[in-house]
Write a new protein. Structure first.
Length: 359
């Protein structure tokens, strides 16, 4: 259920004037200038405690009632066995953190993302100094069809790519404030969450919220990839990676809330951009995962890159399709090295504030 923010009516309405007459003198700052714009004092006096919880980022959040569900899928090696999980209630951002929200965080704190920071030569002893330039990974489709066994054929490390320049130098975020912020490393997402008085979701919380009460469907939205012939998420249509036809309305990231919300009022839980979760990644974690509020293993291990610290990512992105990376399938998982970002990687936050009406 979405708990919408209760906005005050214009203060020149008789009902509101009557409510405030005994609190504020008619000539005080509490009355509207020329009975037009509501004053801040009147708004504070009239505000109600039952509005939606908002963090410092002013993101609308949805309260997710706790419950039990079957987690995972048999479609991938690292997503089974299917197992029953119970999670307590929590608040979740209704959409991915946007560029505008992240910009507010940076303005307030002066934060510099990992992709913007200089690289330390001590971390790369065999790399020439002139090659140690800050940047991030950008999807760069090849000119012809390629074998899909080497992702480096369509990913390129671009010097100067970061959240302010999503496609690299020459690109900017002008007019793109409602798009999800990208090129976000795990540290960046965690820093934003702390500033906002929130945290990153566990992958159990994330999947429970994405399923929205539907435990056995192939996709989070149902069993058909295109229900009633319509795309319900921002994913890749065409011959990956050379031809994105954009049949769903977008090539690349879409503004948040461009597609219908799920049954619990959450947007873009599938497709658009990958989202960081708090859990370390291990492909075998589900074999011994706790039945209640699992928070992931104590450390990470990925046999494809031993020694690399990774966290779970969820939801897939605008690059997922039936040919490659079908991680829009319900219960599927992603993973990412914690200091790396890309132009299809973002996040959303959760909070442990009390449930509505629990005071």
């Amino acid at each position: 259920m979405i708990i919408n923010l209760v906005w005050l009516a214009a203060c020149n309405q008789p009902r509101q004037e009557a409510q405030t007459a005994d609190v504020f003198d008619a000539d005080s700052m509490a009355t509207c200038v020329s009975h037009g714009i509501p004053s801040r004092a009147a708004a504070i006096a009239e505000s109600e405690s039952k509005h939606a919880f908002l963090g410092a980022d002013d993101a609308h959040m949805v309260y997710i009632q706790g419950g039990t569900f079957r987690m995972g899928t048999t479609d991938f090696a690292d997503t089974h066995p299917l197992h029953e999980v119970t999670v307590d209630g929590f608040w979740m951002d209704e959409h991915e953190v946007t560029i505008a929200q992240f910009a507010r965080f940076v303005t307030a704190t002066g934060y510099q993302t990992v992709a913007e920071r200089p690289l330390d030569p001590k971390d790369f002893p065999n790399v020439p100094l002139d090659a140690l330039q800050p940047g991030s990974a950008v999807f760069a489709p090849p000119n012809q069809a390629v074998n899909l066994n080497n992702h480096l054929q369509w990913w390129r490390y671009v010097v100067g790519a970061n959240w302010r320049h999503p496609e690299g130098p020459g690109s900017d975020i002008q007019g793109r404030g409602n798009e999800p912020v990208v090129h976000i490393a795990y540290e960046d997402a965690a820093a934003f969450a702390k500033w906002a008085g929130k945290r990153l979701p566990t992958e159990a919380e994330w999947e429970y919220a994405a399923r929205a009460g539907h435990s056995d469907t192939k996709y989070y939205w149902g069993n058909e990839l295109k229900p009633q012939g319509q795309w319900t998420a921002n994913v890749y249509q065409g011959n990956f990676p050379v031809e994105d036809r954009g049949e769903d309305g977008y090539k690349g990231a879409a503004p948040v809330k461009s597609y219908p919300a799920n049954a619990w009022g959450l947007y873009d839980m599938d497709g658009n951009v990958w989202e960081w979760c708090a859990d370390y990644y291990r492909p075998d974690y589900y074999e011994n995962s706790p039945a209640r509020n699992p928070k992931g293993p104590a450390d990470s291990f990925d046999p494809t890159e031993p020694g690399t610290v990774k966290r779970v990512q969820r939801g897939g992105s605008f690059l997922c399709n039936e040919q490659y990376c079908e991680r829009y399938i319900a219960g599927s998982r992603g993973k990412g090295e914690i200091s790396s970002g890309s132009n299809n990687l973002g996040f959303r936050c959760v909070s442990d504030q009390p449930a509505p009406g629990s005071d």
